[in-house]
Design a binder for this molecule. Structure first.
Ligand SMILES: Cc1cc2nc3c(=O)[nH]c(=O)nc-3n(C[C@H](O)[C@H](O)[C@H](O)COP(=O)(O)O)c2cc1C
Length: 635
């Protein structure tokens, strides 16, 4: 793929395209526990991951005033956790230049949501929401206030037109819940839907869903407002590269302010991560396993970071230096040259796509995900500079939203996985230290070795080295009463938050409190290969904390056994506990395990609890509603 890039561009084109092709900055999430439950908790504000103190230029002017002053009728808002919706919003804004129009793109976290009530002061206002769903059908952190505000129903959007593109994943129970909710709610608030909602599915091909939606969306918008196509504007760049004078202070990997790591200042969050020291980095699998699972502890002593069992830890990895070097070599960058990327739209709220000024090497190492699949608009931009006609044609095909192009994009870019951002981890620990555990992603496609960006990075982190992190609050919590019985279902690294839960209860028991029974359903392939934290579990049992340990080893015998099979085997005990008020927790794979566990539980409600099919479903829903059933699953 990279050989195309080299064919016909000059250095500054190469740099801009390569950096933008990298897409969003990467960060991964895990879970945590504090041995000593904290009384006053720091609650981090976590939003989309693009750094913003370095890039926001107009924070004290209302977006409505900006729209008026700059004669913009389109407002694009995004709900984004890991940057996809944000990036798509930028592309939609750029698309408008085809019609000589400009949009205002806002992160709802940076605005007063109440100002939306004034959107109808803008003539022909169009509101576009590009919004992802997280957790159990929840909004992203940066969209919580927006969603609450719109759902409250006090906003008058009559006279406003709108469209929603939702980002979700079909393997989750609440597929695109927030997008769907907002699509309905905007209509209820008086706005007029001018295009049907897009339902992006990250499990299949989100990029394709987006390409199809936007290709049909734009002409519809143009027709609605009578806009005319301006073909000359089509290749307009979003950012331009500027050299930086010598001696200027450069970003060296910080995400917020310059020098943030040398002079850390709380609170620490997505825009201001804390440079934590790796205290321990151990292998959890035995030599018999063909995979690797790391136990890593970060020291956050002195940082005033608060966390408790079930919280998440986000880690900002850097890209593989060998990959960065290869890219620099192929593209003939001067790696240590300082530059800044500046938005060509002078009124844009984000002046730079990542912290600038910086060097090429720093940008490629810290600020862009060079392993992400190349987005179609970047392929398109590159194709315009390509001198080799065959390659140009192929790039054009890949970036065109017709049947042939989409099919080729799906095969070449998506199916062959020319990149990966991994996401599987988790929890625990002792005071001042946050521990996570992660299965290392590494596999081959043909002769290409694919490494998970974050797990590769974590594997190489030796004790004493540092990494930017922040704690993200989770909703999964132990019951308030320490005597309440709990049932924890967490195979593989899904066990991580429960390690925290066990430690939490142990802390209370040691402090003389009465603690309730704890059931753990743990699963892995083989007791001699990947049974992580085996000794600790035995100790928790001996200490009387873990009262019921049920292990499912899928490959230790001929017939595969999973956690849901163990649940069923112990159905009488499970029903007795649930009927007496036990809380149920599940963590791990959303695709199969979570669904199978849910249906096993409902089967238990029916067959042991004597409930009808409908009663079993509503009993389960009630448990969800009252937080007696809590899930933290991913796929
Ligand atoms: C931990 C986690 C939870 C998720 N929960 C849901 C969900 O409940 N429903 C859904 O449709 N998609 C869910 N998704 C999928 C995301 O919405 C999807 O990947 C989206 O593209 C992310 O957009 P962003 O990069 O802008 O944050 C979840 C993804 C993760 C990683």
């Amino acid at each position: 793929m990279l050989s195309w890039i080299v064919s016909g561009l000059d250095t500054s084109d190469l740099v801009v395209l390569t950096l933008l092709a990298g897409g969003a900055i990467i960060f991964l999430i895990m879970k945590v526990l504090n041995q000593q439950p904290s009384s006053s908790r720091y609650s981090p504000t976590v939003a989309s991951i693009t750094p913003s103190s370095a890039v926001t230029s107009k924070s004290n002017q209302s977006f409505i005033d900006r729209m008026k002053n700059e004669n913009r009728q389109v407002l694009i808002m995004y709900g984004s956790q890991t940057g996809t919706a944000e990036e798509m919003s930028g592309r939609l804004a750029k698309d408008l230049t085809r019609y000589s129009k400009k949009a205002v793109v806002v992160d709802p976290e940076d605005i007063e949501c109440e100002d939306l009530n004034r959107l109808n002061e803008i003539e022909d206002a169009l509101l576009v929401l590009c919004i992802a769903t997280y957790g159990e059908g929840d909004p992203t952190d940066n969209a919580v206030t927006l969603v609450e505000y719109l759902n409250a129903g006090d906003c008058d959007l009559s006279g406003v037109r709108f469209a929603v593109f939702g980002l979700g994943n079909k393997t989750y129970e609440h597929f695109n819940e927030i997008g769907k909710q907002m699509d309905q709610q905007l209509e209820k608030l008086g706005a007029k839907r001018i295009f049907q909602m897009g339902l992006g599915d990250d499990d299949a091909n989100l990029e394709e869903d987006f390409m199809i939606w936007r290709e049909a969306f734009l002409p519809k918008v143009a027709e609605e407002f009578g806009w005319e196509l301006n073909t000359e504007a089509e290749t307009m760049r979003q950012y331009q590269m500027e050299p930086v004078e010598e001696g200027k202070a450069l970003f060296k990997g910080e995400f917020g302010r310059l020098g943030a790591y040398e002079r850390p200042r709380p609170p620490f969050d997505v825009k201001n991560p804390y440079l934590a020291t790796v205290a321990i980095n151990d292998e959890l699998h035995t030599e018999h396993s063909d995979r690797s699972c790391r136990h890593i502890e970060f020291s956050v002593e002195g940082s005033r970071i608060r966390y408790e069992a079930g919280d998440h830890l986000a880690v900002f990895p850097t890209n593989d230096p060998a990959l960065v070097d290869r890219l620099i070599e192929m593209l003939k960058f001067e790696p240590d040259r300082a530059f800044r990327l500046v938005n060509v739209d002078e009124d844009a709220s984000k002046r730079h796509p990542f912290p600038c000024p910086t060097t090429f090497r720093t940008a490629l190492s810290h600020y862009v995900d060079i392993c992400a699949p190349v987005k179609s608009h970047v392929l398109k931009a590159i194709s315009e500079y390509c001198t080799d006609e065959t390659e140009k044609e192929f790039l054009n095909k890949l970036s065109t939203a017709n049947e042939e192009g989409l099919k080729e994009y799906a095969r070449y870019i998506v199916k062959e996985r020319r990149s990966i951002v991994d996401y599987r981890f988790v929890t625990q620990t002792e005071r001042g230290k946050i521990a996570i555990c992660a299965v290392v992603t590494k596999y081959t496609i043909g002769d290409r070795l694919i490494n998970g960006v974050c797990t590769r990075y974590l594997t190489k982190k030796e004790a004493g080295s540092k990494s930017p992190v922040f704690v993200r609050k989770s909703t999964m919590r132990l019951p308030h009463r320490t005597t309440t019985e709990v049932i924890m279902i967490g195979p593989g690294t899904g066990f991580a938050p429960f390690r925290g839960f066990l430690q939490d209860r142990q802390f209370h028991k040691n402090a003389g409190k009465e603690v309730g029974a704890m059931h753990l359903y743990y699963g892995c392939r083989h007791p001699d290969h990947d049974y992580i934290y085996k000794e600790e579990l035995a100790q928790f049992q001996e200490d009387g904390i873990l009262t019921h340990l049920n292990c499912a080893f899928s490959r230790a015998q001929e017939k595969k056994v999973y956690v849901q099979d163990r649940l069923w085997e112990t159905r009488d005990r499970i029903w007795t506990a649930i009927n007496a008020g036990a809380h149920v927790y599940i963590c791990g794979d959303a695709r199969n395990m979570a669904r199978d566990v849910q249906s096993t539980l409902q089967k238990i409600f029916r067959e042991i609890g004597g409930k009808s099919e409908t009663e079993a479903v509503s009993f389960f829903k009630e448990m969800e509603k009252t937080k007696r059933y809590q899930a933290d699953v991913w796929s």
